[in-house]
Design a protein around this ligand. Sequence first.
Ligand code: GLN
Length: 310
Amino acid sequence: MNPRSLDHLTTIILRDILNWAAEYLKSRHISSARLDSEVLLSFVLNKDRTYLYQNSESRIQNPEFKIFKEFIERRGMMEPVSYITGEKEFWSLKFKVTKDTLIPRPETEILVQTVLDIIRSQKLKIFNLQSSIFNPIHILDIGTGSGNIAVSIAKESPESHVFTVDKSDNALSVAKENAITHNVAGKITFIRGDLYDFGFKNSQIPKIFDIIVSNPPYIPTDDIEGLMSEVKDWEPRWALDGGKDGLKIIREIVKDTPIFLEPKGFLVMEIGFDQAEDVKNIIKATDKFSDIRFIKDLSGIERVVTAWKR
Ligand code: GLN
C-alpha cells in the first residue's frame, strides 16, 4: 500500500487512518506496526493513546493528517519512533533525543539505580565522612548523549553534582536542554571531551571524582551489521561501536580510571552480552580495584559492573 494512496482524501476518521498506517508499516516489515502508528498519531494530535480509542470516529484535520502521513513514511524507512517524535522516556522522565544522541535504553536504568544505591550505601558514606562531608558527591558521566544518566542521577540525588562529558557539541546541547527541562541544570556541569581527555582548563572541574559512571559503546564492530536497521542505520555509530571485540572503549576507560577516581570511589559501567568475564579481567589487571560485582538485567544478562577502588 502506498502512503500516497490516501492523498485524494481530505478528512478521514481516526480508526481508518490507524488501520491504513498499521497496514502500511506491516508491509514495510515493521513488527510494531500498530503500536508505532498509535504512538505517532497520538503524538501528532497531542493526546494520549486512549483518546484514539475513545474518539475513533473523530475526523483528523488536514494539516495533522499531512504530518502524520510524513511520520508514517519516515517510520516506513526504518527511522526509530523516538527520532521522529524527538523524545524518549527514561527513568519516568521525558528526554529530548536527536540523531546525535543514542536513544536511551531501559536497561540503562539499572546503571542509574546502581549509582543511586552506591550513593546511599555505607561504603561511600564512610568515605564522605572522612574527607568531604560538606562537599557534594562528585560524579563523572562519560559519554552523556542525551544526558539521560546525568539528569536522572541529579534529579534523584540532592547530595550529588554530576560532571558530564561528551565529544559531540550537538549531544551536549541536547543534554543541557534536558537538564533545563527537568530543573537540574544547576547540578550538572557539561564538558566537551573524549573520555578522560577533557583537560582541566576549567577550575570548576575537579581533578578526581567519587563515582565514575559510563554507558560506553560496547558492540563489536562486526556485530553492528547484524543489528536491526533502526539501530545500525539511524543511531550514531560512535555511540555503539566498541571496536573489534567490543571492549576497546571499556579498556580505555578502565586504564585511566584509577587516576581520576578517589580512593574508595566507584567505577560503574554498563557492559554488553557475555562481556562480564573479560571486563572482570580488564579491571583486575589494573591491580587498583577490589570488590568487582555484576548486576543482571531482567533477561539475566550481567549488564552493569561496579568496582571499588582501594
Ligand atoms: N549516556 C547515554 C545513554 O546511556 C549515551 C551512551 C552512549 O552514547 N554510548 O544512553
